[in-house]
Ligand binder design. Structure first.
Ligand SMILES: C[S@@+](CC[C@H](N)C(=O)[O-])C[C@H]1O[C@@H](n2cnc3c(N)ncnc32)[C@H](O)[C@@H]1O
Length: 292
């Protein structure tokens, strides 16, 4: 079978299986490309219709095993192939950490244009998981120093692998920390995609999400406990003209309602995504007692 015909066939089988997308792609055809190209180590820039080669029996056998896992166990492709793409960079990805998908990627690619006035010297990626946000920043800003912090040793081990993969160990450090507790530095920019999903929402998530560590998703108090804790402390770890950018996803409405008096700057994304806001260090200081 020609490779491009096989890609079409896989897309059709994915579509028939009524899967959930949202871990790197949003439709069966792109999901098919993600799976087949990753397994066969093809360049994603190649147009599948122009690839003039047959798929071998061995390749097909391997892909069929993974496709069955995608369809029957609902395992996201990123975990099946062990890698995910974020802000244009490839990251190692496995069940120790959430699959990278934060819209913060778009801000990194744009160099945080309109949000910061000068190139940052030091960035914190708080709740870093496999380290995609902080490492992508280190790749975008060649002189920046980055701390990656997470409470999970498993996540930090994966982050170390990604630091090595991108050869940024001289500028990126992984720190084991319960939020800010083990951190002593101050930063120009704190980027954070913390857990923010309330229990009732976790219970109703599609099966794909059950493959991800719940500790990366769940936050008590309508999803707001961890985001509010971060808001209370962040100013102590920012320079006076620093900025916090935090994702709270679908908990944005709950946070906006809780903090109705506070001018959270909700960011817009051309490439999709929502629920990310910015607050300056000065605002964090001014409203610190209201983050409850
Ligand atoms: C939504 S995931 C984000 C992962 C990564 N930043 C990304 O965007 O793909 C949230 C991360 O927060 C970490 N986490 C949960 N509670 C934490 C805490 N108290 N302190 C530090 N990290 C925490 C989890 O281990 C998980 O890796």
């Amino acid at each position: 079978m020609q490779l491009h015909d096989y890609i079409e066939e896989v897309a059709q089988r994915l579509a028939n299986a009524q899967l959930h997308y949202g871990h790197g792609t949003d439709n069966p055809y792109d999901e098919s490309i993600y799976l087949v190209y990753s397994v066969l180590a093809l360049e994603f820039a190649q147009d599948p219709k122009r690839i003039d080669r047959m798929i071998s029996v061995q390749e097909r056998l391997l892909l069929e095993v993974l496709l069955t896992q995608r369809i029957e166990q609902r395992t996201p492709v990123a975990y099946l192939v062990g890698e995910a793409w974020f802000a244009g960079y490839r990251f190692k990805c496995d069940k120790r950490a959430l699959i990278p998908r934060s819209p913060i990627a778009e801000l990194i690619g744009a160099g945080f244009a309109a949000l910061i006035n000068s190139t940052p010297d030091k960035i914190l990626d708080l709740c870093c998981g496999g380290g995609c946000i902080g490492i992508a920043c280190a790749l975008e800003f060649p002189d920046v120093y980055v701390d990656l912090a997470d409470i999970s040793s498993d996540c930090l081990a994966l982050a170390q692998t990604n630091i090595a993969l991108h050869c940024v160990a001289d500028r990126v450090t992984a720190v084991h920390s319960d939020l800010f507790t083990a951190l002593t530095d101050t930063y120009d920019l704190i980027l954070c995609n913390p857990p923010y999903v309330p229990q009732k929402e976790i219970d109703s998530l599609p099966p794909e999400y059950r493959h991800e560590p719940e500790s990366g998703l769940f936050s008590a108090n309508d999803g707001l406990q961890i985001p509010l804790e971060i808001l209370r402390s962040a100013v102590d770890y920012l320079h006076s003209d620093g900025l916090l950018i935090m994702e709270v996803g679908y908990s944005a409405a709950a946070l906006a309602e809780r903090l109705a008096q506070i001018p959270l700057l909700w960011l817009e994304f051309a490439e999709g995504g929502e629920g990310v806001f910015a607050l300056t260090a000065k605002q964090l200081k001014k409203y610190q007692k209201q983050f409850i």
